[in-house]
Design a binder for this molecule. Structure first.
Ligand code: ATP
Length: 228
C-alpha cells in the first residue's frame, strides 16, 4: 500500500510557483525524505498533504484513498515547534497535549517510554536539553499510536547530541513499523535515516525512489549535495 501518492501537484503563492507538477509515492513502512535546499517547496508539500494549504492543481491520496480528515487523524505531525509550558513537567505537558488532541491519557506512559523520557517525565520542561524537548514533541505526535508520522526538519536547530538522539529515535520508530515522511535540507541526514527520497529543487521533482539507488548515482549525489 502507498501511504501517500502525489500526482502532478502544483502550488503557487501569487506569482511564486512553490511546487511544479510534483509526483511521487511513499511506500508503507518507509522513512521517506523530502530533500531540498531552503525554498525548494518541502514545507509547502507537507502543508498541502496535511490540508493546511490548498493545492493550485493536481491531486494526492492518503492510504490509497481520496484524503479526508479521518485519514489525517491517523497521521502524527510535527510541522512547527509545539508550544510546551516551560514551568510544567514533561508528563504534564503531554497530558495537556492529549486533552487538546482528544486522546486518552493512558497512552502517555507508552509514548514517554518510546522517546526514552520516562526517567525525566517529572522534570520541568525548562530543564530539558534541546534533544529532550524535541523528543517530547515527537512523544506528543505518538499519542493515539499513529502509523504514519510527518516531520518538517526534525533536527533543525538542535545541538549535535540532540541531532543524534532524534536520528536514532526515527530509526527506532521505523523498526517499530511506523512510516515517516520527513523534510530535510541535509543530504547526510537523508543518507543516514531514510529508506526512500524525493529530491526537490525550486519546486520541481528531480527524482524519487530507493535512497541507496538514488544516492549511489553520481549525478543525483551531485544534485543532492548542492541542495544541502
Ligand atoms: P524552508 O526550509 O526555507 O522552509 P522549503 O523547501 O520548505 O524551504 P517552502 O517553505 O515550501 O520551501 O517555500 C517554497 C517557496 O514558496 C519559496 O520560494 C518561498 O519563499 C515561497 N513561499 C512559501 N510560503 C509562502 C507564502 N505563505 N507566501 C508566499 N510565498 C511563500
Amino acid at each position: 500500500m502507498a501511504i501517500l501518492t502525489v500526482e502532478d501537484l502544483s502550488k503557487s503563492y501569487g506569482r511564486i510557483q512553490a511546487l511544479k507538477k510534483v509526483s511521487f509515492s511513499v511506500p508503507e513502512g518507509s522513512v521517506f525524505g523530502i530533500l531540498g535546499p531552503n525554498g525548494s517547496g518541502k514545507t509547502t508539500m507537507l502543508g498541502t498533504i496535511m490540508d493546511i494549504l490548498k493545492p493550485t492543481s493536481g491531486t494526492y491520496k492518503l492510504f490509497d484513498e481520496a484524503p479526508t480528515e479521518l485519514h489525517r487523524r491517523r497521521i502524527g505531525t510535527l510541522l512547527e515547534t509545539p508550544n510546551f509550558y516551560h514551568y510544567l513537567s514533561g508528563v504534564k505537558n503531554l497530558e495537556i497535549a492529549a486533552e487538546i488532541k482528544q486522546h486518552g491519557k493512558e497512552d502517555i506512559p507508552r509514548v514517554l517510554e518510546m522517546v526514552d523520557l520516562t526517567k525525566r517525565k517529572d522534570s520541568k520542561f525548562s530543564t530539558y536539553s534541546l534533544g529532550m524537548k524535541q523528543r517530547l514533541a515527537i512523544a506528543s505526535c505518538l499519542l493515539g499510536n499513529p502509523k504514519v508520522l510527518v516531520f518538517d526538519e526534525p533536527t533543525n536547530g538542535l545541538d549535535p547530541v540532540g541531532i543524534a538522539e532524534i536520528r536514532e529515535l526515527m530509526k527506532t520508530l521505523y523498526r517499530e513499523g511506523k512510516t515517516i515522511i520527513m523534510a530535510s535540507h541535509l543530504l547526510d541526514e537523508v543518507e543516514k535515516v531514510c529508506t526512500h527520497v524525493a529530491i526537490l529543487r525550486k519546486g520541481e521533482l528531480i527524482t524519487s525512489g530507493d535512497v541507496n539507488e538514488i544516492l549511489s548515482n553520481e549525478d543525483m549525489v551531485e544534485v543532492g549535495a548542492k541542495n544541502s
